[in-house]
Design a protein around this ligand. Structure first.
Ligand SMILES: O=C(O)c1ccccc1N[C@@H]1O[C@H](COP(=O)(O)O)[C@@H](O)[C@H]1O
Length: 221
């Protein structure tokens, strides 16, 4: 039995949510960020989160939320975990965690070895870390761009427990990504879509299968 944990992010319909749950996804993600093609109103995210209750961890993705948005989002969606994918400082993450009363997964952009040196400070304030590629210059989105970073940067590094890998993953490369990084948790959005914002049930199932096909030996995550 594989110990790889899989998150499918940016789900926006009952059909694709059910595909992720039926495939055995451990976490399902809903995006509330107006610029995203995966954006959901809080009401819509709440409906889907309710459908997934008890079957997977429900993750709400927010980008630099203000205090009012955090409160409204928790009220409407009741997420198990909040993914912060903006430019939140460590102090801000600690504040949002304290005031929201929900565990936080902080997304961090990785481009070079120096970016990894900064991880220690984050593991003190966030419950989990999500490593993603940095967005290209001028990109509208801080994530969900379907871009991978150099996985070999992670190979020799000591990463906090509960670190998840994301950025440009798909069914064809997830096995290699797991093997090269030694991580045991992965997150995908673009790589299971037919076009931005449109998830494909077959690609979701193929991704979960490919991630779980890996041998169980993992270093961390
Ligand atoms: O998916 C989005 O639209 C999105 C918007 C704003 C911030 C993050 C977003 N997605 C997250 O980005 C990573 C990588 O996605 P991809 O697989 O490379 O498309 C993933 O964690 C998504 O949750």
């Amino acid at each position: 039995m594989s110990n790889v944990r899989v998150k499918i992010c940016g789900l926006s319909t009952e059909t694709t949510l059910d595909a992720a749950l039926d495939a055995g996804a451990d976490l399902v993600g809903f995006v509330h960020f107006a610029k995203s093609p995966r954006h959901l109103s809080l009401e819509a995210a709440g409906r889907l989160a309710g459908r997934a209750r008890g079957r997977a961890e429900r993750v709400l993705l927010l980008v630099d939320p203000d205090d009012d948005l955090l409160a409204a989002a928790i009220e409407a969606v009741d997420p198990d975990l909040i993914q912060l994918h903006g430019r939140e400082s460590p102090e801000r993450v600690a504040f949002l965690r304290r005031h929201g009363g929900r565990p936080i997964m902080k997304a961090l952009g990785i481009a070079r070895a120096e970016d990894l040196a900064a991880l220690a400070v984050w593991s003190d304030v966030a419950d989990r870390l999500l490593l993603d590629a940095k967005p290209p210059p001028g990109a509208a989105l801080p994530g969900g761009n379907g871009i991978a970073f150099d996985w070999d940067l992670l190979a020799q590094s000591r990463l906090p427990e509960h670190t998840m890998l994301s950025g440009g993953l798909d069914a064809a490369n997830v096995a290699e990504a797991l093997a090269r990084t030694g991580l045991s948790a992965v997150d995908v959005s673009s790589g299971v879509e037919v076009r931005p914002g449109e998830k494909d049930p077959a690609r979701i199932a193929a991704f979960v299968t490919a991630a779980r096909r890996q041998p169980a030996m993992r270093r961390r995550g």
